[in-house]
Design a protein around this ligand. Structure first.
Ligand code: CA
Length: 254
């Protein structure tokens, strides 16, 4: 168990690449196995989020730039990341996300400062699992963390199934999608959405049903999230995927 480390160094907010001493504070309270890493340079927000999560028994590590966030992620094998888009230094939160995704499928919640960043967050192939727009309620953020972890814990329990939809094959055992024999890289959430649609083929599913089924019932976000993920699936799988929009309802996989 790591001892609490008090944050040192400047509060000027300037980036200090390479200077580990200023980068983060860490505090471990462990009644829980699950580690959450918060990457946010605004210490007020970071501390508040950390406090709420610790109260729920999470072990929380705080980094205030992407570089130090990355080294934490490598070392600590966290259960979840909370990443602010606006970070000092060379990498912003979106780039951090993209780097993490190359090697790791840990769930990520993005913090955005502006509403107009949301499409960018979800539209880019970052694999973020959720996003929260500032200002946000820490209580809501904690609810989302729990919903995602609950979801992550249950997806491995389901019976593996392979579904063929035309030339698209969805293999829930290997968590793999093939299109014309080629593996298509999907984010965790895109995969879960496709697997859910595949398990309910022929049914018109509302956005709410999809949110409950894929994001979990504790998730209370914007229904647009579904649309953005559907857009990504269509982009990646193209016309091979018979996924139709049912006007006034939601989506159906034929
Ligand atoms: Ca920030």
């Amino acid at each position: 168990m790591a001892p609490p480390v008090v944050r040192e160094g400047s509060d000027t907010g300037g980036p200090c690449p390479g200077d580990a001493g200023t980068a983060w504070q860490a505090c471990a309270v462990t009644t829980h196995d699950e580690t959450v890493i918060v990457v946010e340079d605004d210490h007020n927000i970071s501390d508040l989020v950390a406090m709420y999560l610790r109260r729920e028994g999470f072990r929380v590590l705080q980094a205030d730039d992407a570089e130090h966030g990355l080294s934490y992620i490598d070392r600590e094998h966290p259960s979840l990341l909370i990443v602010d888009i606006g970070l000092p230094g060379e990498l912003d939160g979106l780039e951090l996300c993209r780097l993490v995704r190359k090697t790791n499928d840990v769930p990520v919640i993005i913090l955005t400062a502006r509403d107009d960043e949301i499409d960018r967050v979800l539209g880019l192939e970052l694999g973020a699992d959720d996003y929260v727009t500032k200002p946000f309620s820490p209580r809501e953020l904690v609810a989302r963390v729990k919903a995602i972890l609950r979801r992550a814990g249950t997806t491995t329990r389901a019976e593996p199934v392979t579904t063929e939809i035309g030339t698209v094959v969805v293999d829930t055992g290997r968590r793999e999608v093939l299109c014309g024999g080629e593996v298509v890289a999907l984010t965790t959430r895109e995969f879960d959405l496709l697997a859910y649609l595949a398990a309910n083929r022929g049914l018109a599913l509302s956005r709410r049903q999809l949110l409950d089924g894929v994001w979990g019932e504790g998730w209370y976000g914007d229904e647009r999230t579904v649309d953005v993920h559907v857009r990504q699936l269509r982009k990646k799988l193209g016309d091979e995927l018979p996924l139709t929009t049912v006007w006034g309802v939601g989506y159906r996989l034929a």
